[in-house]
Design a protein around this ligand. Sequence first.
Ligand code: SAM
Length: 269
Amino acid sequence: MRIDVLTIFPAYLDALDLSLVGKARRDGLLDLRVHDLRDWTTDRHRTVDDTPFGGGAGMVMRPDVWGKALDDVLAAGTAATPAVPPAPAPDGSDAAPPAPAAASPRRVLLVPTPSGERFTQAMAEDLAGADQLVLACGRYEGIDARVAEHYRGALEVHEISLGDYVLNGGEVAALVVVEAVARLLPGVIGNPASLVEESHGAAGLLEYPVYTKPPVWSGLAVPEVLTSGDHGKVARWRRDQALARTAERRPDMVARLDPEALDRADRAV
Ligand code: SAM
């Protein structure tokens, strides 16, 4: 997967050289590029913003600068992921067989904004199947609304929010999206089993509480069942804990569960 992040503060994204995302980049599992939006400006002051039409406080990011930058990174992504993969002739001859009806590469423009759709694990899972993600990090009062409108005509565009609060810029949202998506790419997490029982996964529950050594710390003992060696009992306990925790902390998630699927999963434990 290729991910392009456009920002006026590229250094904000330096953390993406660290930990699992950094390793995924070094291992060639993720082609992540961070671009300085100001590289697409043409004036001496490298201006990316201007006053809002209609008046009011603050500045708005200019659509012409964003348009040039986005056109360039999308074109670079298109060149990197051709729509029809070259297919060798089955008999080894030079005559190419009819081109397979390959799906065109999926390119997605993500525009972080507090007025967007809430970013979720389900969205991260969906985006992990894309060929290119482009993240447009806004600053000031945000990006001129015509930018999302313009690209919606040509590709998939999602305006996404991290939550109901206002940040100074979209860079933190870009970090969140890259981390949430990258860890789902094949080979990024050493043991893919770690992804199975996680919170917000297929079961629609929060994860059960986890413990490690020492068995007693600060007067608190690890629940006895976890040291019993009885795998059936451990599985039952974890399932009950996940259900209880979800009911207590996130009743909204419980309301979304399918009772039949819930019963089936419970019988299987
Ligand atoms: N004037 C905008 C509003 O009230 O909706 C807020 C702009 S905010 C100060 C500047 C930038 O921060 C936004 O363009 C967006 O990129 C980012 N941002 C702020 N809050 C966010 C959130 N909750 N989720 C995602 N991005 C956010």
